[in-house]
Design a binder for this molecule. Structure first.
Ligand SMILES: Cc1ncc(COP(=O)(O)O)c(C=O)c1O
Length: 378
């Protein structure tokens, strides 16, 4: 897109993504880095961010769904890509033919990938995922022996090669949480068993953003950050992006669609949950929950207009919300920054997360398909 959109748009600074990748690599100097670009790179644009991350030294990309990984390949992205969220009947053969690494959490998945490899006439690259305590995807310790044995047998028949052993943390964003050491110990046990049985993984990995930032003993051969790549703090307790050496990549901007004076006692937006206490100026921001502005931040979300932080007045609606300028002057078309970089005095995704009682992950990831992305530093 050449022209700057006029309603609402997300500026994505690819230099910030590159800088963040470099900063994270410095935090994990002995490990490779897998850039997690699932969910359209947490709303930032998977293709552009994948390229930027590779430019800055990411040797792997990670996606949740096989379709996300296949789309990157189809767009010309080379190099290693791991995808991990599989369901029976998934596109195993396409994945093998597209040279993806695929995650296997159970015998059913191993069976499907073996058959797909046979049909493709190729060896599938698989990574065995261990559930070391998250209780979500991954193979339970009690089932690990059987999965490893089946993978060793499949490796011997030539249908698969195990390229990785991996797991995921439950509470890495709470340093000191007792589950962290328990998960690390379980992972070491499960690694030891697989290696004793003859598996020689290229990469063993466990660390998401918070673990990459705070837990060097979890780095193993590869770190797997997502949110931090985009310059957003995984948890307020860990520090602001600047304190973590990161720079936000997304700035969400809008143009004021209307500015008007209203009298005291005027209700604002659906339900009249906000009523002006004096004559004032209201500015209309042409973005709403259909664009990913959380309705839960009604009455609270911060916006920078005319050099001052204002707050959502009343409810966020589907396509628009209102801020009270407290009598200050502004013009239709003036810029409003919904979130960006605190270092420039802008509200942040973390501020919106607090206002909406959620996590910053959800704020950036839910910025919707109706919001154009404008890339800087491409
Ligand atoms: C399996 C897996 N690895 C890595 C990540 C990246 O996590 P984060 O965004 O906290 O770095 C995620 C994201 O949820 C994930 O599901």
């Amino acid at each position: 897109m050449n022209e700057t959109p006029t309603r609402v748009y997300a500026e994505i600074d690819l230099d910030a993504v590159r800088e963040n990748v470099r900063a994270l690599r410095e935090r994990a100097p002995r490990a490779e880095l897998m850039a997690v670009v699932k969910a359209d790179a947490y709303g930032h644009g998977a293709l552009a961010c994948a390229k930027a991350a590779q430019d800055a030294g990411a040797t792997w990309l990670g996606t949740a769904t096989p379709d996300e990984a296949l789309a990157l390949r189809a767009a010309g992205i080379e190099g290693r890509i791991l995808c991990w969220l599989w369901t029976p009947g998934g596109p195993w053969q396409e994945a093998v033919e597209a040279d993806l690494d695929v995650s296997v959490s159970g015998l059913w998945a191993l069976d499907e990938v073996r058959k797909a490899a046979g049909a493709a006439g190729r060896t599938a690259r698989i990574q065995l995922k261990a559930d070391t305590g998250l209780g979500r995807n991954g193979c339970q310790p009690a089932d690990w022996e059987a999965l490893v044995a089946a993978a060793v047998a499949a490796q011997a028949e030539g249908t698969v090669r195990v390229t990785g052993l991996w797991s995921h943390f439950a509470c890495a964003d709470e340093p000191g949480h007792p589950s962290i050491q328990l998960q690390l110990a379980a992972f070491r046990d499960m690694l030891a068993h697989a290696e004793k049985e003859g598996i020689e993984p290229e990469v063993r990995h466990m660390a998401n953003s918070p673990a990459t930032l705070t837990l060097p003993e979890s780095h193993f051969d590869l770190v797997r950050p997502g949110l931090a790549l985009y310059g957003v703090s995984p948890a307020p307790e860990l520090g602001t992006p600047a304190e973590l050496g990161l720079r936000p990549a997304m700035t969400l901007k809008a143009s004021l669609a209307l500015v008007k004076t209203v009298p005291a006692g005027h209700g604002v937006s659906y339900g009249h949950h906000y009523v002006t206490d004096a004559e004032t100026t209201l500015a209309l921001i042409p973005a709403g929950y259909a664009d990913g502005i959380p309705r839960h931040a009604s009455g609270r979300g911060p916006v920078l207009v005319g050099g001052k932080i204002r707050h959502v007045a009343g409810r966020v609606a589907m396509d628009q919300f209102v801020v009270d300028l407290d009598g200050d002057h502004a013009r239709v078309g003036d810029e409003a920054v919904i979130f960006g970089d605190a270092e420039r005095g802008e509200p942040t995704a973390e501020d919106w997360a607090r206002a909406a009682d959620t996590i910053a992950y959800e704020i950036v990831t839910r910025i919707g398909g109706r919001v154009p992305r404008v890339y800087l530093g491409g």
